[in-house]
Design a protein around this ligand. Structure first.
Ligand code: NAD
Ligand code: ZN
Ligand code: ZN
Length: 383
């Protein structure tokens, strides 16, 4: 299936278009709207150039057949958004790009043919689009489609008050789950998928290399699955947070291999999650794993890394990749958040109004925050 978008932005701009055309239309609206804020305008934040984010009002897109329009509440910022902001993804993104893919909100309007959703429903969005035709899709692995596109990178994302998305991307939020907490659904779904891919069993020891947001969420999900978890993290503040959440911790400046030997009674860990993206933990992972243990590669490595194949052979280790999530991972993530298995209040450092998105990204870049949310509905004046 090829995804076609209908972008209805004004009478003379009714265009059935491919993704590329969608960008063109968005750009026109983005640049030409100068009227005072009307009832139906939508504030948005977009990446426009390296290190530059602009907030604008854009005309919301009418939801067409099979689409819904969501009133966005909170958007979480992550390392991918930071890469976009720093210009590292300029070859991939089309500017201006309204980015953001970790979110929560409520359905505001539904297009024709949409069933099961009504205005007011609390939702999050699984931001993936697959073609349905490639070998991966045919094998049932839609989420790692050979032509996978990611909403918020390859098409407009959630940093806008009113966001139109395919209804098929919606995931329902239960009553009682507050929207601030629910904004962690996407990264939590990553963690759920990683733990599922690890084959982790109750009573296992698991080492998480890299205690950023994803590493910490993996630690929480692994603990809920019955594992004893150690977080190895470079940053003292992040280590302290992991320790305060009840995890064993280790500083990579010390002898982590020795610490893990002692912590596991000389056996090594059944599961090692590589979530740092750095070279040294990759080299370490094979040393930390138990005989027949599993190493899960979660981080996105920007360069090939050295791996000790001798250790893999000697201990009959398994290395598995874990990329994004399936719908079932998302649903489980929502459930874990609703059951307060994930200490959302401790992981979310703060929330900022839309106009402070750039400052929030700079704070993230300096390592001064764990998770920052953009409170899309609020304005600087209200804060
Ligand atoms: N598999 C997926 O689909 C998926 C989804 C989201 C993110 N990711 C990737 O997962 C990784 C983690 O994401 P994040 O948002 O938590 O990023 P992050 O950069 O906030 O976290 C990485 C952590 O690793 C730590 N670190 C760096 N070098 C280390 C070392 N030598 N030893 C121990 N710790 C070290 C850093 O201090 C940091 O806290 C990133 O590479 C990200 O791109 C993958
Ligand atoms: Zn993300
Ligand atoms: Zn496919």
């Amino acid at each position: 299936m090829i995804f076609l978008f209908c972008v209805g932005v004004s009478d003379d701009l009714h265009v059935a278009a491919t993704l590329e055309h969608t960008y063109d239309v968005r750009k026109r609206v983005f640049e030409t709207v100068t009227e005072p804020r009307g009832l139906f305008m939508s504030r948005s934040a977009a990446y426009v150039a390296e290190g530059k984010i602009e907030t604008h009002e854009v005309e919301p897109i009418e939801p067409k057949d099979g689409e819904v329009r969501v009133r966005v509440a909170f958007v979480g910022l992550c390392g991918t958004d930071l890469h976009i902001y720093h210009g590292h993804m300029d070859k991939r993104v089309t500017k201006p790009l309204i980015f953001g893919h970790e979110m929560s909100g409520t359905v505001e309007a539904v297009g024709k043919g949409v069933q099961g959703w009504a205005p007011g429903d609390a939702v999050t969005v699984m931001p993936l689009k697959w073609d349905g035709t490639c070998a991966a899709c045919h094998a049932g692995y839609h989420y790692i489609c050979q032509h996978l596109t990611f909403i918020g990178i390859d098409s407009p994302g959630a940093l806008q008050e009113l966001w139109t998305v395919p209804a098929s991307t919606l995931v329902r939020l239960p009553a009682g789950l507050d929207l601030r907490t629910a904004a962690l659904a996407e990264p939590t779904a990553v963690a759920v998928h990683d733990v599922r891919r690890s084959g982790l069993q109750t009573g296992d020891k698991a080492v998480v290399l890299g205690g950023g947001p994803i590493g910490l969420l993996i630690a929480c999900v692994a603990r809920d699955a019955g594992a004893d978890v150690m977080v190895v993290e470079l940053d003292a503040g992040r280590r302290k947070l992991a320790a305060s959440l009840g995890f064993a911790t280790a500083d990579p400046a010390g002898d982590v291999a020795d610490a893990v030997v002692e912590w596991t009674g000389g056996n090594g860990a059944e599961v090692v999650f590589e979530v740092s993206g750095a070279a040294a933990p990759v080299a370490l992972a094979t040393a930390l794993a138990k005989v027949r243990g599993t190493i899960v590669v979660v981080a996105i490595h920007s360069a090939p890394r050295e791996v000790n194949l001798q250790q893999i052979f000697w201990k009959e280790l398994t290395i598995v990749g874990a990329r994004v999530y399936q719908l079932s991972d998302f649903e489980r993530a929502v459930d874990l958040l609703a059951r307060e298995v994930i200490p959302a209040g401790r992981i979310i450092t703060r929330s900022v109004p839309l106009e402070e998105t750039a400052e929030a990204l700079s704070q993230l870049a300096k390592g001064e925050a764990m998770k920052v949310l953009v409170d899309v509905a609020s304005t600087s004046q209200e804060k």
